[in-house]
Design a protein around this ligand. Structure first.
Ligand code: HSE
Length: 393
């Protein structure tokens, strides 16, 4: 018999609305008792008495056994989640920054209070990757998990590559469609996919990592020369996070733009769609594809978590608790394209095995091997107008 859920929901934006649309078509054993919202003046599609700006109306209500947290502010979301979990309420959240940043502490709180925090909607929208990593791949030897984890940047790249739109126009459209974060730098700078990668790493490898220790470079410095170069070589550029096990002892994590060719399964993942590529010792290569952003796709993942709570489902973090923990490493060499202006920075990056070099008046690039640790150390210098670094797969 499923448990009756009495829900308090924080936020009623794109995902909250999407979730509500889905819930009302179903006959589930649940009731949304209250919505806490930030802006009391905004016109809502539901009766006014359901809304309040007072968080206590949910957190202090002992009848509410489930909190759905869908707000933007990661710090406020953390306070809400901590308080709810420690007062016996289960929580469903889609806040990737909050989860990635505080996962270890949130795990401890869940254990201490016997409550459950689920967050499938935080990673790759509608693609059910977290529960699969947690349950299905529990005994698999995962070589790597990578993919397209950010709908907005993928939407922008698709519009640039397939429709010759400008970066600015495509970003504006992604914002209008509700895919982009309030601060779109999080999307195009590769922060959002990095938070998702950190969450993936905890379920794939049992590794709790502070996201600030992970390299992310985005697509915001891409220019016409890079696009021309990619098109000449029949590449597409995608923003790709990677978690990869090396030497049975370490896990390498980073987010970089990548030039990929037609034979890559991610080549045809377009617009706001996401794709997750899992490479495993026994299952071999598997590919998950689906919408990574938007109210209904993300709402469907949130609903799946809510309904799992009717049966008291919780992540057990088995790989973290039981296995020998793998160490995080940045000592990993990649083949990269680097467009640059200042020769001194190029020298500092210690490119090796340079296989191609172009030296024009307005466009200079090299292609060679570079270490991720080196890129991480110089990331602020690379992440400037005039520079663009992308891995070549
Ligand atoms: N801004 C995010 C994206 C939303 O574009 O993927 C979904 O997490």
């Amino acid at each position: 018999m499923s448990k009756k859920l009495t829900i308090g929901m924080f936020g009623f934006g794109v995902v909250g609305q999407g979730l509500y649309d889905i819930i009302k078509t179903k006959n589930l054993n649940l009731e949304i008792k209250k919505f806490v919202i930030k802006n009391a003046d905004k016109k809502r599609s539901l009766p006014a008495e359901l809304f309040t700006t007072d968080a206590e109306k949910i957190l202090g209500d002992s009848e509410i056994n489930t909190v759905v947290e869908l707000i933007d502010d990661a710090d406020a979301a953390f306070e809400i989640t901590k308080r709810a979990l420690s007062s016996g309420k289960n929580v469903v959240s889609a806040n990737k920054k909050m989860i990635a940043t505080h996962l270890e502490e949130l795990t401890e709180i869940q254990q201490q209070y016997g409550t459950s925090l689920l967050y499938e909607g935080a990673v790759c929208g509608s693609i059910p990757i977290i529960r699969n990593l947690e349950e299905y791949y529990n005994n698999e030897l995962l070589h790597s998990v990578s993919g397209i984890f950010n709908g907005s940047s993928n939407y922008i790249l698709s519009k640039i590559f397939n429709e010759n739109q400008t970066y600015e126009a495509a970003l504006k459209k992604a914002q209008e469609l509700g895919f982009a974060e309030t601060d779109p730098t999080l999307d195009v700078g590769g922060y959002d996919p990095k938070y998702k990668l950190a969450i993936v790493a905890s379920h794939a490898y049992g590794l709790f990592i502070d996201p600030t220790a992970v390299l992310n470079l985005g697509i915001d410095k891409l220019n016409d020369a890079d696009i021309r170069y990619a098109k000449e070589k029949n590449y597409k550029i995608k923003l790709i996070p990677l978690a990869k096990e090396v030497n049975n002892a370490e896990v390498v994590l980073y987010v970089l733009p990548k030039f990929i060719s037609k034979d890559n399964l991610l080549y045809n993942v377009e617009n706001e769609n996401n794709g997750v590529l899992v490479k495993a010792a026994f299952a071999d290569e598997q590919f998950f594809y689906g919408k990574g952003a938007g109210g209904h796709p993300t709402g469907s993942a949130v609903l799946s978590d809510i309904t799992a709570l009717r049966y008291d489902y919780r992540y057990e973090y088995k790989k973290h608790l039981e296995s020998q923990e793998l160490a995080y490493s940045t000592n990993y060499s990649i083949k990269a394209y680097f467009r640059y202006e200042d020769e001194a920075l190029l020298q500092q990056l210690n490119f090796e095995s340079i296989s191609e070099r172009f030296y024009g008046e307005n466009y200079k690039y090299v292609i060679g091997q570079i270490n991720i640790g080196e890129v991480f150390a110089k990331r602020d210098l690379i992440n400037q107008t005039g520079y663009f670094l992308a891995e070549i797969l």
